[in-house]
Design a protein around this ligand. Sequence first.
Ligand code: SAM
Length: 287
Amino acid sequence: MSLPSSVGEWVRQQAPAGVSLTAMLIARARAEESDREDALFRDPLAGGFLDAAGLPDGLDRVNDFGGPNFVLRTRYFDDQLLDAAEAGCRQVVLLAAGLDTRAFRLPWPDGTRLFELDLPELLSFKERVIAESEAAPACERAVVRADLRDDWSVPLLDAGFQPNEPTAWLAEGLLMFLRPEDNDRLLARIGSLSPPGSRLALEHVNRAFHQSPDMRAVHRRFALIQASWYATVEDPRAWLAGHGWRARVQPGEDLARRLGRPVPRVYDPEHLGSGRIWLVSAQRATD
Ligand SMILES: C[S@@+](CC[C@H](N)C(=O)[O-])C[C@H]1O[C@@H](n2cnc3c(N)ncnc32)[C@H](O)[C@@H]1O
């Protein structure tokens, strides 16, 4: 694998590095999906991120296994966020937004305010590419530079977030990269900013998925870019209930079938045994 020298080149280009480089993998999957005639979504900006920085040699092999999840979960979370908007959430917070362009490509109701949180370097790169594209957001969009292991509520409030308004939160492709105690703090903070009517959608994995043979090559590549996984969860419904959310888990194989796609290995219980990617949507419990 020629990854380490290429990563040096990436850093010199001021492109995303370390864990932020994983956002480029998602952009890659979204750009490829957008080219399909039967695309589940169209993300015209995704290709621009890749043109601006590309990917280190060999890293894109991660998408051989993970790519179908990146595509299917994107559509799943698109639908969850639009449902939340329809149910009255006019505030949306994308935690670890990465190169997510939902602010630009989803049909938000008037008055929607969307906040994107991620590490400063990733957001600097993203804003540079978006400025060059001259794309216009379909909502009011704010970018918040924050480390989600710290108290990100302060910069979020400074950016105009209203803690008394129902909010749709998304944590996609994030929780496995944080430590379990950081995730508990993250959920506690989300809860303290979520009045009744709020929604939360997230992705996580269980230990058996983390340890599955298919993931070994992925972990080796992630270790080279300092993007190791630290957290798993065995029972996401119970975990979320403990933080005041009523959660529903969407089985990946059902999602693939519903969207008219073959069940990929990354979702297939026959292939993975007890390994699971959790796709979860939750409502703020009222009692
Ligand atoms: C796999 S990408 C997912 C990006 C986006 N949610 C998506 O699905 O397109 C992981 C993202 O998590 C961000 N991230 C990882 N650790 C973080 C931290 N401690 N604070 C803020 N962002 C973090 C990275 O910068 C990267 O953009």
